[in-house]
Every structure is written in C-alpha cells, then in structure tokens.
Design a binder for this molecule. Structure first.
Ligand SMILES: Nc1ncnc2c1ncn2[C@@H]1O[C@H](COP(=O)(O)OP(=O)(O)OP(=O)(O)O)[C@@H](O)[C@H]1O
Length: 297
C-alpha cells in the first residue's frame, strides 16, 4: 500500500500557504506528524482524508487519485478529527452503531466489531452512558473506536492522545503499534513522548513545509554532539539564556543545571549528553516553545 502526495498545497489566504508543496510517500507503519500549533498538520490531514480540497496538487492511494475514486477510498479510511463533532445525546453504543451505518458496515460484522472495540478501548462500562456524561479522555477513546470500525487500511488520527491519561496513552501506543503492521497510520502530535518509541518515521512540519521525513534514530543522530548539560551559578542565568537554546533548567543545591543546545559550545564546564526528541523539537521550534523550569530544591 502506498499513500502519496504530489505537490500538495493549501492556501486559505493568497499571502501564505497553510500547507506548502508537500511531497510524501507513506507505506505501512506509524508516521508521526510533529509540529507546533499552526504548522499545518490538521490542514494536511484533512486533505489526505479528501474532506478539504487542495489548492494545488493531488493525493493518490495505490496510484489512484483519491478524489476520482473517493467512494472506494473511504472504505479503507479511518479518521479521528481534532474536534470530533459528537451527538451528545447518543449513548456510546448508539453512536458507534450510527457510525457503522454511515460506513455501510454489515450488521453482524458491526455488532462484533463494536464489542471488540469497546473492550479494546476500555469503554465497556461506559457503553450505555450518554456521550455528554463522559470525560474528555473517554470521549477521545470513543472517537478512536469509531475510526477503527471499518478495519481501515489507512488510519489518520489528529492528536489522538489529547485528553488521555498516562495509562490510556500507553494503551493507545500499544494498540497503534499492533495495527501498524498492516496499516498506514498517520498521527499528528506536538507531544514528543507519544511517538518516541513507536513511530517508524517522523515528519517534521513547520509553517506548512515538511522539513524532513526520517526515522527516530536518524532524527536523533542529527543533534549528536550539540546537546549539553551545564551547571552554573544562579547569577549566570541571564547570560546562558542569551547565548544558548535552553531545553530545560533545573535548580539544584549547587546552582542551576541547564540542558542546552549549541553549535559552538565554549564553556569548559559543559558535558555532552545524548540527544532526545525533545531536544530535536526544541531545535526547530525554540521560538514557539517555552522551556519548563523544574525546581528540585
Ligand atoms: N479554515 C481556515 N481558514 C483560514 N485559515 C486557517 C483555517 N484553518 C487553518 N488555518 C490556518 O492555517 C494554518 C495551519 O493550521 P492547522 O490547523 O492546519 O495547523 P495545526 O498544525 O493542525 O495546528 P494545531 O496543532 O494548533 O492543531 C494556521 O495558520 C491556521 O491559522
């Protein structure tokens, strides 16, 4: 299976492309679309689903233009939108039955699949509750369940871990890893830990452009030798913040322990440390992000 974009662009306004000339080739596996707010992830995903018309370019699935074969394409597609519009008066089970009808699923299959998904997404106890009675994390799991109803070959999830607690995030990662053997999974996030251990490749998106498509190992390799820890006195804080990109900063009894990015580290007190995806993210989005100071005192 192969999903491809060919010079895909979207202009909401004439001045700036929300998605700019994106050329991707995606096969089975987990593809993590990583980018700051507003970088174009949702716009790209909506075009991949065929629900937003590109300004330029096309999307093909197994070499067929998705818009020319849309009825066939959606049979293979599962989609979790970012702000799923739910019918809040439906119970969980009614909602899933309703989506199964919209997806034209055969009744016996739908019944079995709904049971399986309620179990898989830990929603059995909530199955007779109305959607408006559910927490944000439970609703998100209902959204994930509906995206899986038709056993999609292509699964597009916009911020799937949003609202999930740590245990459910882990369960979701395990579920996606299992599915990815024979499914093209594309998920968007700005939470690095959600993808660090499961993504086959990372698509880094900034201001509408895909800056790279690489494995996690290759992505980390790029920053090797550029990430440092540096223990300083409290009064050096300003100069450090001026000279380096600060990933993290921790108050310890001896002073302040900084984690820093630098292409030109001259401070002899620094030690090189192994890069993480958080470092990579910060190296591309340090203008957008604010580091968190942790206080151990
Ligand atoms: N319907 C729209 N009309 C005009 N501009 C839009 C529209 N939807 C998105 N945009 C703009 O397009 C750009 C990309 O937005 P998009 O929602 O695709 O980004 P994103 O990476 O998904 O962001 P987030 O992480 O906040 O969901 C932003 O500048 C946004 O303001």
């Amino acid at each position: 299976m192969e999903l491809k974009t060919h010079h895909l662009s979207k202009f909401y306004t004439k001045e700036k492309a929300a998605v700019a000339d994106v050329n991707l080739v995606l096969q089975e596996g987990i593809h993590a679309l990583l980018g700051a707010n507003g970088s174009g992830k949702t716009t790209l995903m909506r075009m991949l689903c065929g629900i937003l018309k590109p300004s330029e370019g096309i999307v093909t699935f197994n070499a067929k233009n998705i818009m020319e074969n849309y009825e066939e394409y959606i049979l293979h597609l599962g989609y979790l939108p970012q702000n799923a519009g739910f019918y809040m008066n439906f119970t969980v089970i009614e909602f899933l039955q309703y989506i199964a009808v919209l997806k034209c699923l055969e009744a016996d299959y739908a019944k079995r699949k709904i049971d399986e998904l309620l179990e898989l997404l830990h929603l059995k106890e909530q199955s007779k509750k109305k959607l408006r009675q559910l927490s944000g994390g439970m609703l998100q799991r209902v959204g994930i369940a509906q995206s899986l109803l038709n056993h999609p070959k292509l699964l597009i999830l916009d911020e799937p871990s949003s609202g999930l607690d740590p245990k459910e995030r882990i369960a979701l990662r395990q579920l996606l890893s299992r599915l990815a053997k024979d499914t093209i999974v594309i998920l968007s996030t700005h939470i690095v830990s959600d993808i660090e251990n499961i993504a086959d490749d990372i698509l880094l998106m900034k201001e509408g452009h895909i800056l790279f498509q690489k494995t996690v190992t290759d992505t980390l390799q790029e920053l090797k030798g550029h990430v440092y820890e540096l223990l300083t006195a409290e009064n050096e804080r300003e100069i450090i913040e001026k000279n380096y990109t600060v990933v993290n900063c921790k108050r310890v009894s001896e002073g302040i322990l900084f984690r820093l990015l630098s292409d030109d580290m001259k401070d002899k007190r620094s030690i090189v440390v192994e890069p993480t995806l958080d470092d990579v993210y910060l190296s591309y989005f340090h203008e957008e992000a604010e580091y968190v100071e942790t206080n151990l005192l």
